[in-house]
Design a protein around this ligand. Structure first.
Ligand code: GDP
Ligand code: MN
Length: 390
């Protein structure tokens, strides 16, 4: 789960990680009032959407008077912001963050991410702040430093010194400030079960202090049960409506741009199914994992969500019956075709416990448009053929 910049900064503030002062607003009058309260003389008007690259897209602008705050808020609030991190349709801006303008002497990049190879969190930093970090990694990898921190020992002085020296910070007071900043940020990361924190740019001001000018946080969904305060920050308007609805039924759904709807159980089987469809010359329209809940109701809901995508020309159901027996899944699928109107061919391949019985049940049901696949390759080939109208 991701949160907004202003929410990340609220969490930072709780841990004493310095940020500029700011106020989140949802209307133009509230934006002007917030600017008055902050005092100025310079403000930044920032679109709050769950995507970066807002600056380049016109969603972050500097205001030098209350009149400018009003004009820029009018311009940005309600705009559809397209950045390199949104899709082509962009995101509607419904919230603004009005922030004190900072005195920027230097810009850095700082993040805490999980290093899967080292199996521990790593602090990643660069002097190339404000730039797209993927480009920095590609063109000048020597400008990126990584400081892995074993969570068993936590953030120690030597981690901090490695970071400060790596960033070329030589002033003693500044060294102390950056080390303190990183130490607190690491605490934010571990105590909240974050998956990543990214600050781009982190800035140094004229007093040698470091401030998070931007803030992005992502969390481990499996740990949200331990953090009701963070779960409460969830903004469903920033998430895909179909994915949110699917999750309510215990389904993991991700929309893709092909033409064969896929319904499977288990993420590994989903990957294998999509690869096989590609191998047979087709393209998957989605990823839908019904998990352990392959019953009539969830299958019907799955069909319904898959069929909202007008590109879907066929549905391939590829389910492995282990704990749930295949004959029960087959009956569930037949029931589901009665619960929801399925107007494309459905190819079903079931394997595992009671697979032959399941195959019999499906064939006997004699439902138009329901095709039985003998194995994965056969099912995928039939789905590809059906999607092509053969
Ligand atoms: P992003 O484009 O979505 O990553 O949004 P950021 O929060 O990083 O803002 C984009 C850019 O606006 C930053 O890289 C800064 O250069 C600039 N910016 C943000 N806040 C301030 C500020 O207080 N003062 C000035 N001068 N520039 C700012
Ligand atoms: Mn940024």
């Amino acid at each position: 789960m991701n949160i907004h910049e202003y929410q990340a900064k609220q969490i930072f503030a709780k841990y004493g990680v310095p940020t500029p002062k700011g106020i989140m607003v949802e209307s133009v009058p509230a934006a002007v009032k917030a600017a008055e309260e902050l005092g100025g003389p310079v403000w930044v008007v920032k679109a709050q959407i769950h995507a970066g690259g807002r600056g380049l897209g016109g969603g972050v602008k500097l205001a030098k008077s209350l009149e400018e705050v009003r004009a820029l808020s009018e311009e940005i609030l309600g705009m559809t912001l397209v950045t390199h991190q949104t899709d082509a349709a962009g995101k509607l801006v419904q919230k603004l963050y009005i922030e004190d303008g900072a005195d920027i002497k230097a810009e850095y990049y700082l993040s805490v991410v999980l290093d899967r190879k080292l199996e521990m969190p790593s602090i990643v930093a660069s002097t190339e702040g404000g730039m797209n970090i993927e480009d920095v990694a590609e063109n000048t990898p020597e400008k990126i430093i990584k400081v892995p921190v074993d969570p068993a020992i936590g953030f120690q002085g030597f981690h901090g010194r490695e970071l400060a020296f790596g960033l070329g910070i030589t002033d003693k007071a500044e060294q102390k400030n950056i080390i303190n900043f990183a130490k607190k940020l690491f605490k934010v990361y571990t105590e909240n079960d974050a998956e990543m924190i990214e600050i781009n740019p982190l800035i140094r001001n004229g007093n040698g202090e470091f401030l998070a000018l931007d803030g992005k946080m992502g969390f481990d969904n499996s740990a949200l049960g331990r953090h009701p305060d963070i779960e409460a920050m969830r903004d469903l308007s920033e998430e895909d409506a179909d994915e949110v609805e699917a999750a309510k039924y215990g389904l993991s759904y991700v929309a893709l741009d092909g033409e064969i709807g896929c319904m499977v159980n288990g993420a590994g089987l989903a990957m294998g199914t999509m690869d096989t469809i590609n191998h047979m010359g087709g393209t998957p329209a989605n990823f839908l994992d019904v998990g352990g809940s392959a019953n009539a109701e969830t299958v019907a809901k799955g069909f319904e969500i898959i069929l909202r995508n007008p590109n879907v020309k066929a549905i391939f159901v590829n389910i492995f019956g282990g704990i749930v027996r295949c004959d029960r899944i087959a009956n569930g699928i037949i029931e589901a075709t009665k619960l929801t109107d399925v107007n494309v061919p459905v190819i079903v391949r079931l394997d595992g416990t009671n697979a032959p019985e399941a195959s019999e049940i499906l064939k006997k049901a004699n439902i138009a448009n329901l095709i039985v696949g003998d194995d994965l390759a056969d099912g995928a080939a039939k789905a590809v053929a059906a999607a092509k109208g053969n």
